[in-house]
Write a new protein. Structure first.
Length: 149
């Protein structure tokens, strides 16, 4: 598990350098990873660690929205900085065009033609885009492609 080890090394470096925001953000991410490991009672593989980090980014985004509603500019800046730190550990996200191309390839590969075959397409497509695209966007793209055919 390279990613978890990377996070632990980054935590040590942040502690040495006195970067409190980075330290706290990485600690939060490692705590979420540890909690998931305890719940599942097994060490997480790299893809599971990535999904935990994605979940933490979504939590940060929700907190930013809440802070905006409350008018807390000081909190917004801190949360956005933390979000950027977490996103730096995630793989580069795919563009909509790239997701569309991958979805078209999968549809041709498994010969899907109707919206009822969406589950089959998603089953093949999701491992290919794991951690690099939002599931809602993927779902919308696949649905629109299958409705056209």
């Amino acid at each position: 598990m390279v990613l978890k080890e990377d996070l632990q090394a980054e935590l040590k470096e942040a502690m040495r350098s006195g970067d409190h925001l980075r330290r706290d953000t990485i600690r939060m991410a490692l705590a979420a990873i540890k909690l998931t490991e305890v719940e599942k009672r097994v060490p997480l593989d790299e893809s599971a660690v990535l999904s935990v980090l994605q979940k933490e980014v979504k939590i940060q985004l929700e907190a930013i929205e809440d802070a905006k509603k409350a008018g807390r500019q000081d909190l917004i800046k801190t949360l956005e900085a933390g979000q950027k730190i977490l996103e730096s550990y995630l793989p580069e996200p795919l563009s909509e065009e790239e997701v569309t191309q991958l979805a078209q390839d999968v549809i041709k590969e498994i010969h899907a033609q109707t919206p009822q075959e969406m589950g089959k397409v998603m089953k093949v497509l999701m491992p290919r885009v794991q951690g690099r695209a939002d599931g809602k966007i993927i779902n919308q793209i696949v649905r629109s492609l299958l409705l056209k055919e």
